[in-house]
Design a protein. Structure first.
Length: 534
């Protein structure tokens, strides 16, 4: 069971595009891992800052496009002009130059101006693996930007909401926040309650991504209240579903289940919403070790997504089925699910989901002892999450990299990465990620013979898993705790006896001190774990 890397369905899509992260990518006090070398990722991090790609054949297209809109295509790249973007018939030429070693398109005539946003879609299939996975900043021309309304002009809330969603999918988080807030203000001014409810809910998702979980919950509550006032049961249920997803990621599983069941009750008539809530209830069951229930819910969700022709929803279901299969040791099945999910995530441009597929598939590679593949996938995922500013899942990438270093005999690097994972997860309130990283660090310390530190981190993991009622992991950690306690006590006993063996008058002194210490701890009301580790 893999914590925050299970995908919660809350109608959130992160696409390739212009990316700005929320604040610093590495929090103060967390030792950042060395940046990947440029030769590992096709020169992406080279000095020019431009993505190196193989040259494409020269191509060009010229069209006369008017107020009705139209599109142009050269090679694998396309340019879409929506209706109303041009006020008159205009001859436009799109050119794909060759021998550039970067992906470039040019437009003629110079100085093109549009009244609405236009959409340039660039293919990166001719670039390195990370080239088409990572978010990219496009060096653009001001002539392709739309003319914006002048000062004092009032823009429709629906347009602002649409633009905010596009910014969110593209990973432009500060811009998305600004536009969602503008949409909220506009909808409040005009009394458009449905738009207000949706803008509040989507802003909640973005705020949660920026580690503002309490504000996100308040926005969900406002969204539900507004939707209820305008008698829109589906929007109210969407707000409840999003609230539940935030609860899961912050370790409040009972609250999450309650919100999900309320969402089903209020908006169950919507097939798409029903599929998302089933998926999320499957995540809760998976975390709590109810694997049969999780598989049944994921399966029902996948069927509903397929019936609705929702390919992106299918990608989420395949991803979570991959996680479940990995938990059950069905590694071939996990491979297939992750590959299906990654393929859809690449087609839809969901960078966040691509990163999750990479990091989770990396853990399957660790289980198969394919450490080079595991490290390559985990570092690719880390680069994606670093660009997106996604701290909780960035912690997961550090954890898997730490596991690789541990299993390949590099304990110093392993300790650094696992401690970074714990710090990141703690800062993001990602309880499950923190628990898993603590467990892996304890296993490392046990292998290094640092038994007291190992016992401390195992107890920490045990406490965190208990908060989540993660029964499968409690069994594993509980067994490790018992095993380590036995080893640790044997070491301490032998150490004490060796000290006492030189003097018959002090024989048994260490044992008696330990008994008195435990008795005092019991009188102070400390639990069994605290009695053995303090």
């Amino acid at each position: 069971m893999k914590g925050n890397r299970l995908v919660l369905a809350v109608l959130l899509v992160c696409a390739l595009g212009l990316t700005l992260s929320c604040g610093d990518s590495t929090p103060t006090g967390v030792a950042a891992a060395p940046q990947p070398q440029a030769d590992l990722i096709g020169g992406l991090l080279g000095g020019t800052g431009l993505l190196s790609c193989s040259s494409l054949p020269y191509d060009s297209m010229t069209k006369v496009i008017g107020p009705a809109g139209g599109s142009l295509r050269v090679g694998p790249h396309s340019f879409f002009i929506p209706s109303g973007a041009l006020s008159q018939q205009t001859t436009i030429t799109m050119v794909l130059p060759t021998a550039q070693h970067v992906n470039v398109v040019r437009f003629k005539p110079a100085g093109l101006q549009f009244a609405k946003p236009t959409y340039l879609t660039m293919s990166y299939a001719n670039c390195s693996l990370l080239g088409w996975l990572l978010p990219k900043h496009i060096a653009d021309s001001p002539s392709l930007r739309p003319r914006m309304p002048g000062p004092g002009a009032v823009r429709p809330a629906a347009d602002l909401l649409h633009e905010a969603r596009a910014s969110e999918r593209a990973g432009c988080i500060p811009e998305a926040i600004e536009r969602y807030e503008a949409a909220i203000a506009g909808a409040e001014r005009t009394g458009e309650r449905a738009i207000l409810a949706e803008a509040l809910r989507r802003l909640a998702v973005v705020r949660h991504q920026c580690n503002e979980s309490q504000l996100a919950r308040e926005l969900c509550q406002r969204s539900e209240a507004v939707a209820t006032e305008c008698d829109n049961a589906v929007l109210a249920a969407e707000a409840l579903n999003t609230h539940g997803a935030i609860d899961v990621q912050t370790g409040l599983l009972d609250e999450a289940r309650r919100h999900f069941l309320q969402a089903l009750e209020r908006g169950g008539s919507s097939r798409e919403l029903h599929a998302r809530v089933e998926q999320n209830l499957g995540v809760v069951a998976n975390i709590q070790g109810e694997l049969d229930e999780a598989r049944n819910r994921y399966g029902r969700s996948l069927e509903a997504y397929q019936d609705a022709n929702d390919e992106h929803g299918c990608a989420i279901a395949y991803h979570n089925l991959g996680m479940l299969s990995a938990d059950q040791g069905l590694l071939d099945e996990a491979d297939q699910h992750f590959q299906k999910s990654l393929a859809i995530a690449q087609r839809s441009g969901d960078v966040h989901l691509q990163g999750l597929c990479l990091v989770n598939h990396a853990e399957v590679h660790v289980a198969r002892q394919r450490y080079e593949e595991a490290q390559r996938n985990a570092e690719a995922a880390l680069a994606i999450f670093d660009q997106l500013g996604a701290k909780a899942v960035k912690a997961e990438a550090y954890r898997v990299i730490g596991m690789v270093y541990r299993e390949t005999g590099r304990p110093g690097l392993a300790e650094s990465r696992l401690r970074s994972a714990i710090d990141l997860a703690s800062g993001a309130e990602a309880v499950l990620s923190q628990a898993e990283a603590s467990r892996e660090l304890a296993i490392l310390y046990q292998a290094m013979g640092r038994n007291q530190e190992a016992l401390g981190f195992l107890n920490s993991a045990h406490r965190l898993f208990r908060r989540l009622d993660a029964r499968k992991d409690l069994v594993h950690v509980g067994g490790k705790v018992a095993e380590l306690e036995t080893t640790y006590r044997a070491v301490v006993r032998e150490w004490g006896q060796s000290l006492e063996s030189s003097d018959s008058y002090t024989f048994g002194h260490c044992e008696r001190v330990a008994q008195h210490a435990v008795a005092m701890a019991q009188q102070l009301g400390l639990d069994e774990q605290q009695q053995t580790t303090k």
